[in-house]
Write a protein that binds this ligand. Structure first.
Ligand code: NI
Length: 212
């Protein structure tokens, strides 16, 4: 048997293995999670009561607390203004749902206060929020705060937040839960609407939940 041939076969096999290893390493590197900067462990926030009081800063620079909304149902979405697609979609679904409820039962729609709480307070200043919320529901209130304040609220509402550093991009992204949260008139948790719930379904649910 020509020794040469065996050596060549081994060489080709070796190159193949090396390519596989490089490919796997590349795949692993690109996985969300490989280059992330965790602010907190989302799994650590399980158990106990869901939600809680908060005091944050709205898009006009005023400090507002959950108790300031006592008497209203709160429809809360956590996200950030730099979000490329999920947040704008979720906020327009929220807006459409409230618009439909408004047509069907205006007094019920008026009892629901939509809130947008940023998970990216470092970039979402009062000014940035103010410009952003105007694109959506006219009564939408944007809330920001210090990193600690936002971390605490996200933790209390069990919102997964992870900063994603992408070496190829100048800016970072933030992975986050995209559920819509409904609280009752006393701030009690009522239910979640998962991402992708159609606006009409949300409007119908709100209509049956909201009491005049
Ligand atoms: Ni988003």
């Amino acid at each position: 048997m020509p020794h040469n041939l065996l050596a060549r076969a081994l060489l080709i096999f070796g190159i193949g293995l090396a390519l596989l290893a490089v490919g796997f390493a590349g795949w692993f590197y690109l996985q969300p999670g490989a280059m992330q900067e965790a602010r907190f462990d989302p799994n650590a926030s399980g158990g106990g009561d869901y939600g809680g009081p908060f005091t944050l800063t709205n898009q006009n620079g005023d400090r507002v607390s959950r108790s300031d909304f006592a008497g209203s149902y709160l429809l809360i979405y956590f996200g950030y203004t730099f979000c490329p697609d999920v947040c704008p979609t979720s906020l327009s679904v929220m807006t459409q749902a409230l618009d439909r409820l408004e047509e069907e039962a205006p007094e019920k729609a008026a009892a629901v206060q939509p809130l947008f709480i940023t998970v990216d307070p470092e970039r979402d200043s009062v000014e940035v929020l103010k410009q952003y919320v105007e694109f959506f529901h006219p009564r939408l209130i944007g809330l920001t705060g210090t990193l600690d304040e936002i971390d605490q609220v996200a933790k209390d509402y069990r919102i997964y937040v992870k900063k994603v550093r992408d070496e190829s991009a100048t800016d970072y992204l933030v992975d986050h839960s995209s559920t819509l949260i409904l609280l009752g008139r006393d701030g009690e948790f009522i239910r979640l609407f998962s991402h992708g719930t159609p606006p009409q379904e949300i409007a119908t649910a709100l209509s049956s939940i909201v009491k005049r």
